[in-house]
Structures are given as C-alpha cells and as structure tokens.
Design a protein. Structure first.
Ligand code: PLP
Length: 376
C-alpha cells in the first residue's frame, strides 16, 4: 500500500538518515569538504533544502522539487524560462506581486504578456499566439477566488505547444494536485499554508519534466535565490501538520463565509466552496476543500473600522497561517495593479480579503460580528 498523504507529510522524503535523528537536521553550512553525498556549495544544494524539495515534490506527486527564498522568487524563476520574443498567457486576476513583475520587469525584457479570463476556455484560447510558450494561472485566484478548469487549461496549453504552470498557493497539495490534472509546473508561496506559522518566507516549484527541471536547477544555482537551510527546516516542520491544519482552515473558512453571506453589511462573498460560487461544481471536482481564504465586498465605504476592529483577526498582509488575517487588497497586496484593472476585476475599495486561521470558529464569528457592527 502506498503511504497516505498525512504519513508523507510527517515523514517527508527521507532523503538520508543522519545518526537516526527524527527531526531532519539543519545543515547550516555554505560549503562542504569532500562530502560523501556529493554536496559542494549550498547555493547549488544543501541536505536540509534537498529534503524539503523532495518532500514537496512527493506531496504534489512530482519528480523534481526546488525551494526558493520566497514565493515571488519561485514565480520569477518560472518566467525566467522565457526568452525575448516569447509570449506568456496569464490569468488576469493574479497576486499583486506577480502582476507587478509582469508589468514592471518581465515585459521590459521583451517577453509579451497576454492577460486572459482563464475561467473561459475560448477567451483564453484567443489570447494565444504562435509564440506562446507558457500559460500561467492561479486557481483560485488572489483575491477574487475565481476558479479555472486545470484539465482544460492543460489541454489548451499543450495543443499550442506551451506548458501550463499553476500557482497552488491557496490550496496546497492537501486539497488540489495540479500535476495530476495535466499541469507541467506547480508554483507555491510556501510562506502561506505550507510553512503555515507566519515565521518564514519561502517558495517552491515542482515538475515531472526532466527538461524543465534541468532549467530550474540552472536558474536556481545561477540566480542564487535558493532557500536557506534554517528556513527549509522551518518549512519541513510546518508541513508535518499541513493536513491537520488545512482541515481546520477549511472548516473555519466555510463557516465564516456562510456567516458573512447572511450579514446585512456584506454585499458579496467569494469563497469557492459556497454553493453560491459560480464555479462551485468545478471546484468540487478538482479540489477537496475551499482553503483558508475568502474575500467579501462591503455594502458601504466604511472599511477601516472593519479592518482594524478585530481582536483575533489581525489587519495584516499574508494568508494561510495560524492567525486569522484581514487584508485590504486596494492598499496592500494589489496596490501596484493599475486602478482601472483592479476595478474591472472587482477589486473595489469595498473588497476585503480574509485568511481564516486556526482559532476556534465561535471566537472568529464573534470577532467578525464585532468588526461589522456599526457604531455611528
Ligand atoms: C498566490 C500567490 N502567489 C505568490 C505569492 C508570492 O509569495 P511570497 O510572498 O512568498 O513571495 C503570493 C503572496 O501573497 C500569493 O498570494
């Protein structure tokens, strides 16, 4: 019998055993003298990072894993596969940092970007041209929680000779496995659910393709953006409890979404495991839970008392950690996205994003009630 996901998360890839240590050791070294296992310099490879890279690959059902100093370092490495003259089709609703990189860095290197509504097969197909090498999407997206059909997107990319990269940050392999649905590359901000405790930044790439893996290896050791040993260890530790945490995150988030949906001050709630979500059926087919993030639109402009009014729900960027966080995409995560684009996507000044943590859901609902109470 193949070990279950929970068992793999606890045991990891077990790439090597050192003195029978149960907790994988931190190899806090930059260099090696005649290493028996072939290590030479930690920018190229390090045993702790290697254990993490193989563990994430195992969990995603992939052969090759790479860990980076942040999610954006991993995203940058994906776009570094492209050359001047290539086209990338990207989903129009993306994490603000990825969008910023596209508009302010990679475009300037001669790469063409075509933004598409990747919920819609025909619209996405129209964004392709004969130089398209990459289709890049988030599902669900940050922050509108739009869901794309991974299988259809993979078929579309392959029909055009391109590869599909899916940002799986919001769900992790505990809930969704894009490689099993045809994606060629999975990218993560491991800073979020994978590491899970608001104490480290990290990013990851997983692929089954030897050719892509070779390129990622070259980029990682040349761009010098690999994850440090201590952060690798923190992430390995976080991953051990990933399945348990994700289960509670999903239960708490669904309860919060249901409660917000009934609140008179809330105009709309975006959470893909709510039956009212437009891609609920698709989401149920390709993921086993809705994740920890939802966004909601207030019916009025009085956002600041809501953002700052929580006792347990703290006003801060990020998501996927133990503590519940409320974020204001307009001034925080998506501030660099042009206003016109933000508004066209639904990222209005009334949109708030909530990452539901591991507190007791009764306490969270009470907090939300308090945050939404009008005191005028
Ligand atoms: C979907 C998604 N991808 C990538 C990133 C970038 O990750 P990091 O902050 O670890 O660089 C984020 C950050 O919020 C994100 O939400």
């Amino acid at each position: 019998m193949k070990p279950h996901f929970e068992t793999l998360a606890v045991h990891g890839a077990e790439t090597a055993s050192y003195e029978g240590a149960i907790s994988f050791p931190i190899f806090q070294t930059s260099t090696y003298c005649e290493s028996e296992r072939g290590y030479s310099y930690s920018r190229s490879s390090n045993p702790t990072r290697n254990e993490l890279e193989q563990t994430i690959a195992l969990l995603e059902g992939g052969k090759f894993g790479f860990s980076f100093s942040s999610g954006l370092a991993a995203v940058s490495t994906v776009f570094s596969l492209l050359r001047a003259g290539d086209t990338a089709v990207v989903s129009e609703d993306l994490y603000g940092g990825t969008d910023r990189g596209i508009r302010q860095i990679w475009k300037g290197l001669g790469i063409r970007f075509s933004f598409a509504d990747t919920r819609d097969l025909e619209k996405t197909e129209r964004a392709f041209d004969d130089r398209t090498k990459l289709l890049f999407l988030e599902t669900p997206t940050n922050p509108m929680m739009r869901v794309s059909d991974i299988r259809k997107m993979a078929d579309l990319a392959h029909a055009h000779g391109a590869i599909l990269c899916v940002d799986n940050t919001f769900l992790t392999p505990a809930l969704q496995k894009p490689l099993s649905m045809g994606a060629d590359v999975v990218v993560h901000s491991g800073t979020k659910l994978l590491a899970g405790h608001h104490d480290t930044l990290c990013g990851h790439l997983v692929t089954n393709s030897e050719q892509i893996a070779e390129r990622f290896g070259l980029l990682q050791r040349t761009l010098g953006n690999a994850l440090a040993p201590f952060d690798s260890w923190l992430t390995l530790r976080g991953i051990q409890t990933l399945p348990l945490r994700v289960e509670t995150h999903c239960e708490n988030a669904l309860r919060a979404a249901e409660s917000l949906e009934k609140h008179p001050r809330v105009k709309a709630v975006h959470y893909p495991f709510l039956p009212s979500h437009p891609q609920y059926e698709l989401m149920k087919k390709q993921a086993s839970g809705g994740g920890c993030v939802l966004s909601f639109e207030l019916a009025d402009d009085d956002v600041w008392p809501v953002l700052r009014g929580g006792k347990f729900i703290r006003f801060a960027e990020s998501l996927g950690g133990t503590t519940s966080l409320i974020t204001y995409p307009t001034t925080q995560t998506h501030a660099s996205v042009p206003e016109k684009v933000r508004l066209s996507l639904g990222i209005t000044p009334r949109l708030l994003r909530l990452s539901v943590g591991l507190e007791h859901s009764d306490d969270l609902l009470e907090d939300l009630e308090k945050m939404l109470a009008k005191h005028s």
